[in-house]
Design a protein around this ligand. Structure first.
Ligand code: SF4
Ligand code: SF4
Ligand code: FES
Length: 401
């Protein structure tokens, strides 16, 4: 891809710049689908304080060098979600990324800014959010569906329930997670991290009356909650700490453990196959994953899936990633007692705790209902007298593991 260089344009050099001002080279990806020309990179030299944002740099280049640079922005304060871009290959908000920070991550001394991925480019750094992001949001009915009749006065919601959905409510719809979702790259129909995080916002809300329908719909959809591959990309990408993957895992837990949804995509069975494999061997027995995920070795669906997996199995055998012996006699980790103890302790807990990284200060009372089902069934007409115990981030990480 060609590069146009504007950096030797006679502007003031760094040595002549006022104190605190530094020079940075922005390398912007330019593309106008209507021009019929291929995309190319164009370099601009900008002068700003290092704590200023990449967006400030782009706007300076646009104001001083080329007014046709396409960038979407509004608040310039990490609130509106308009300025999602890829900076040095990482998705993020241009207004929320300091020039110094972007330079520190640069491998070639230039700050490369590109449009987000997984969405068509309208022009330069502007992507078509309607075509992907907003369409997927609409897919999950992103509003509250309360039970009828509506109460005469306001719903009173237990405090812990609202704390529980705070993390998903923090989403500013920037699309950074969608941009980097590996599942969506392979399967453009995947509902995706932002829309599924939005789903948790309502599934976690006791005022919503359609938890079961929402979950069943997204479990049965081959592009729904079980299409996420746990790659963590959305967690890394999100500038607001929404951690969409965590919200998806919570949806799965609620779907399988609280609503007992056994989906036709074998998502629930596959998760149980993993749980049982680790329980039995301490590790994943890959050879048993397919049959166990498809209803057992004698199930017709398992045979069909095994047959379709033959090319992969053959390649794995040829490359000695798996041998017939290791497939038939999977080794067990030595300390089976420890594994049994972990399963026993988790299994003996009375309720499942769902954690929210936004909760940092412990409350004094810890006797509130803790499972999602208990919370959802809580009397909406009375505020909970027993708010849940908040957890520090360290406790949260430890217990969530
Ligand atoms: S964790 Fe799941 S939703 Fe998130 S980016 Fe990876 S595949 Fe997509
Ligand atoms: S979940 Fe995070 S990255 Fe995804 S759209 Fe919302 S704020 Fe942006
Ligand atoms: S301009 Fe609003 S989030 Fe960046």
């Amino acid at each position: 891809m060609s590069t146009i260089d504007h950096t030797t344009n006679g502007t003031t050099g760094a040595d002549d710049a006022p104190e605190g001002i530094e020079q940075f080279t922005l390398r912007l990806r330019r593309y106008d689908p209507e021009s019929g020309e291929a995309a190319y990179y164009e370099e601009f030299e900008i002068e700003l304080e290092p704590h200023r944002s990449v967006l400030d740099g782009i706007l300076q280049a646009k104001a001083q060098e080329d007014g046709s640079i396409g960038i979407r922005c509004s608040c310039r304060a990490a609130i509106c979600g308009s300025c999602g871009t890829r900076i040095n290959g990482q998705p993020g908000l241009a207004c929320h990324t300091h020039l110094s920070e972007a330079m520190a991550r640069s491998k070639d001394g230039k700050i490369t800014v590109e449009p987000m991925g997984n969405m068509p480019v309208i022009k330069d750094l502007i992507v078509d959010m309607d075509a992907v992001h907003w369409k997927k949001q609409a897919r999950v009915t992103p509003w509250l569906l309360p039970s009828e009749p509506l109460p005469e006065r306001e719903h009173i919601v237990p405090r812990e329930s609202m704390v529980d959905v705070t993390q998903s409510m923090a989403c500013i719809q920037c699309g950074a997670c969608v941009s980097d979702c590996l599942s969506m790259e392979i399967d453009p129909l995947f509902v995706g991290p932002a829309a599924l995080a939005k789903t948790y916002r309502f599934v976690g809300d006791p005022r919503d009356s359609r938890h079961a329908e929402r979950l069943s719909n997204l479990a049965e959809d081959p592009h729904g909650i079980y299409a996420c591959t746990h790659c963590f990309k959305c967690v890394e990408a999100c500038p607001k700490g929404v951690a969409p993957m965590n919200q998806i895992m919570r949806l799965r837990r609620i779907a399988s453990q609280d609503h007992h949804i056994v989906d036709r995509n074998n998502g629930e069975r596959h998760e149980m196959a993993i749980v049982n494999s680790v329980k039995r061997y301490g590790t994943l027995n890959e050879a048993k994953m397919v049959p166990d995920s498809y209803g057992g070795p004698l199930h017709p669906a398992a045979a069909k899936e095994l047959l379709s997996s033959l090319p992969v199995i053959t390649t794995a055998l040829l490359r000695r990633k798996v041998t017939p012996k290791s497939a038939l006699f999977h080794h067990k980790l030595p300390d089976q007692d420890q594994i049994k103890r972990i399963y026993r302790e988790v299994g003996e807990r009375e309720g499942r705790l769902e954690f929210n990284l936004y909760v940092e200060q412990p409350d004094e009372d810890d006797t509130a209902p803790t499972s999602h089902a208990e919370r959802a069934g809580a009397d909406e007409g009375s505020a909970s007298p027993t708010p849940s115990k908040g957890l520090t981030e360290a406790e949260t990480a430890q217990k969530d593991a």
